[in-house]
Write a protein that binds this ligand. Structure first.
Ligand code: BV8
Length: 251
């Protein structure tokens, strides 16, 4: 029996009911159509270095100037970008389905700018900073949307030391509250993993856990990822197009 793409999308859309528990995990591919480079695709290297080499507390301790150059460049790029159709569809779902949760590895803030409700920022936010020394006078983190900083590393307004980006680096733990809420959201009916290479843990582990707990698992990606083989429905294509198609079948 040959099943058409329309039949597959219609079957998926039929699972979207008003009381469905819908959880979505997103990665850099969701922001690609907005013009934000992914990490492991073309343009992902910064001055010939990989994210795993720059995004660590050790790299920052050795050379905060270089690490801040990368973040300053990314802030400048992101500040000029707008949410795309993928962000917009997910924002509409978050407003329409009361039991919707979006877990994002992205630090760019584009989901929030699109109006998405119930966003869990698994890897923090590029628009937040904190004192590198965690000085007693400063709050745990604060928002600073300067793009770019004219002086890097930027200074802590409380102690005069340097600040670091409010993101989760390799070797650092996920915020326990964010982790708990993410784990709770894995008890869901539909779990979609969208635009992530599914190689960074513990985020990638969420996909397998959702499947183990009985969710119908869907992947949307332009490539095959290590997670694809164990998913119920791998859909190959750009997130901004595939989500648009699914939404048309739901409405
Ligand atoms: C921790 C900082 C413990 C923020 C980032 C288990 C097994 C193996 C290793 C580990 C493991 N557990 C932990 C580890 C170690 C490590 C890890 O996973 N290493 C891997 C790489 C081997 N993990 C950690 O260190 C984590 N911490 O485990 O701590 C601990 C516990 C207690 C106390 C202390 C410590 C922390 C990980 C945090 C990583 N932070 N960056 C920033 O500045 O951005 S990583 C970086 O990768 C990004 O931030 C991003 O969030 C993350 C994932 O990347 P993706 O979003 O997936 O992007 P990528 O480029 O890879 O892929 C894009 C995809 O989009 C592609 O598939 C492409 O095909 C697709 N695409 C492109 N265009 C489109 C599209 N899809 C659809 N439509 C399109 N248009």
């Amino acid at each position: 029996m040959i099943t058409s793409v329309s039949e597959i999308l219609a079957e998926l859309a039929s699972r979207f009911r008003p009381d469905s528990r819908i959880t979505v995990l997103t990665g850099a591919g969701v922001s690609a159509a907005s013009g934000v480079p992914t990490f492991r695709g073309p343009g992902g290297l910064y001055k010939n270095r990989r994210v795993e080499q720059i995004g660590t507390p050790e790299a920052f301790g050795r050379d905060p100037q270089f690490v801040w150059e990368w973040y300053n460049w990314r802030r400048e790029v992101i500040a000029t970008k707008q949410p795309n159709r993928a962000h917009e569809v997910l924002a509409r779902w978050s407003q329409r389905y009361p039991r919707f949760t979006l877990i994002t590895q992205n630090v760019d803030g584009l989901h929030e700018r699109a109006g998405t409700q119930n966003v869990l920022r698994f890897h923090g936010s590029i628009w937040e900073v904190l004192c590198w020394e965690r000085c007693k006078q400063s709050p745990p983190r604060w928002r600073d949307e300067t793009a770019p900083f004219t002086e890097i590393p930027p200074r802590c307004p409380y102690c005069g030391g340097i600040v670091r980006p409010g993101v989760v680096w390799f070797g650092e733990g996920i915020d326990p509250e964010v982790m708990k809420r993410s784990m709770d959201a894995l008890d869901c009916d539909i779990f979609l993993t969208i635009g992530t290479s599914a190689v960074v843990y513990p985020a990638a582990g969420l996909i397998h856990e959702a499947k183990t707990r009985g969710a119908f698992t869907v992947e949307i990606n332009i490539e095959t990822t290590p997670a694809a083989a164990s998913l119920d429905l791998p859909l190959e294509g750009p997130a901004e197009e595939v989500l648009d198609h699914i939404e048309r079948f739901i409405l």
